[in-house]
Design a protein around this ligand. Structure first.
Ligand code: PLP
Length: 456
């Protein structure tokens, strides 16, 4: 038995939550989650909720996997911690590095471990600068990223990210990180076909390279599908053109796969879906399905060769790099993904089914556009549908229609995230067709409720 009011009171008194208006939360009281099983959560009032967001884009194999908790328990009993600094290692970290080299695209045989996606992106900044330094290009330090990207909350991660609200707090970005537009067809694709727009948006990279000076640009970083920015699925022409531009100027390509990795897009890594060959891949979240914190950078041969053969000591690392317990959790999580063929299931069965159900939601009078890619999907709420997506009448942002809709979802037992007026999901990869029906029926009900509320 949990005393919800007492927990909320202590929460408000002591706990500063990430990405939260502290006063607002204290006034409303936090929702207390107490249990998870499969794709469902239960709160402290006993309410059952379909988790359309996999926690925070991470619980890929679903909640309640006792084989992961057993792997963690056994590892804690045997060796709960040892570091991998100064010439020591541990068996789960070595096994996981080997496993990752098997499932990653062929050019990746090395990994650097961290405990989070933010630390992994900080590692990227230091690693790509070192890569160029070692070859005598000490000026080649600028990294190009995109508006509205999310790459983490550390100083470098938030600088790589393109969220204005984050940059406004604390004087970010740090020097040497610049941004270009995101490939958001709905916002910027007027009078172009999606394919034409994909080429145009990739062209912004070339413009920025020329503005900065190609000899000063170290790398470009992007999420294959931008997640926290609103599930922005790029046109098919975008990534091949980005790859061509990176190749033309010899610039390293970093794919931030913290969300897209580990099956979310129906491939082990999202860059495989878009046919690109990054030099570095950031991962976290799905590597352990969020059961224990773990992240890292998969390092492709181009960079690894220089670091290993010419680098000497890389003066970088974290106490918990290669933490044996986190690595044991990851090994068991990956075994489950393989055993249950979840990547193929998303690619061939449940992913296309989710797409069908979202396309049907696109017919709702409140929805101006619906799309999906593997197991991420989104809906744009609009005041009035137009003949094309660019003729939709949008809501005045100050009405907060996305938040109203999110509130109905919460009250009716489904978690969907609101990014402005775009409503998004990223369900656990284990979600079945019947559970997709359950989730999308609830979403339809809440769209109806939102529609009724804003009409009155
Ligand atoms: N990169 C991407 C694409 C993310 O979505 C996130 C987190 O949502 C991060 C990096 C940061 O990861 P973490 O929160 O584990 O530091």
């Amino acid at each position: 038995q949990i005393d919800t009011a007492a927990v909320q009171q202590m929460d408000a008194a002591h706990y500063l939550h990430p990405f939260t208006d502290f006063k607002d939360l204290a006034a409303k009281g936090a929702r207390v989650m107490v249990r998870g099983e499969g794709v469902y959560l239960w709160d402290s009032e006993g309410k059952k909720i379909v988790d359309g967001m996999s926690g925070l884009w991470c619980v890929n194999v679903g909640y309640g996997r006792t084989s992961i908790s057993q792997a963690v328990y056994q590892q804690m009993e045997t060796l709960p911690f040892y570091n991998s600094f100064f010439g020591t290692t541990n068996v789960p970290a070595v096994e996981l590095a080997t496993k990752l080299a098997q499932i990653a695209p062929p050019a990746f045989r090395h990994v650097f471990f961290t405990s989070s996606g933010s630390e992994a992106n900080d590692t990227n900044v230091r690693m790509v600068r070192r890569y160029w330094d070692l070859q005598g290009y000490k000026e080649r330090h600028t990294i190009i990223s995109r508006h509205n990207a999310y790459h983490g909350s550390t100083v470098a991660g938030a600088s790589l990210g393109g969220m204005d609200g984050m940059h406004a707090q604390g004087g970010l970005p740090i020097p040497g990180i610049v941004h270009i537009g995101q490939p958001n067809y709905l916002e910027a694709g007027q009078e172009l076909t999606p394919d034409e727009f994909g080429l145009k948006a990739a062209g912004w990279l070339e413009e920025k390279i020329l503005e900065v000076g190609a000899d000063k640009v170290a790398a470009f970083i992007g999420e294959p599908v931008q997640g926290a920015g609103g599930v922005i699925i790029p046109p098919a022409t975008y990534w091949p053109e980005i790859q061509r531009i990176c190749d033309k100027y010899g610039i390293l390509l970093i794919a931030d796969e913290v969300i897209c990795g580990f099956g979310r897009l129906g491939r082990w890594f999202g860059s495989e879906l878009f046919g690109i060959k990054p030099d570095l891949i950031t991962f976290a979240k799905g590597v352990t399905s969020g059961y224990v914190p773990l992240g890292g950078v998969l390092v492709g041969e181009r960079v690894a060769r220089v670091l290993v053969e010419q680098g000497g000591e890389f003066t970088h690392g974290f106490t918990y790099s290669g933490h044996p317990v986190a690595c044991a959790a990851a090994l068991e999580n990956i075994r489950i993904i393989e055993d249950e063929q979840l990547v193929r299931q998303v690619a061939d069965d449940t992913g296309p089914y989710l797409a069908e159900r979202f396309a049907a939601l696109g017919e709702h009078p409140l929805v101006g556009h619906a799309d999906s890619c593997g197991f991420v999907a989104g809906l744009n709420l609009v005041r009035k549908k137009g003949a094309t997506v660019h003729e939709n009448e949008l809501f005045d942002e100050s009405l907060g229609v996305g938040m109203i809709c999110r509130g109905h979802m919460f009250d009716n037992g489904v978690i969907m995230r609101a990014v402005g007026e775009r409503m998004i999901v990223a369900p656990p990869l284990v979600m079945t067709r019947a559970q997709i029906d359950e989730m999308t029926d609830l979403i339809r009900l809440c769209l109806d409720k939102t529609y009724e509320e804003i009409k009155t």
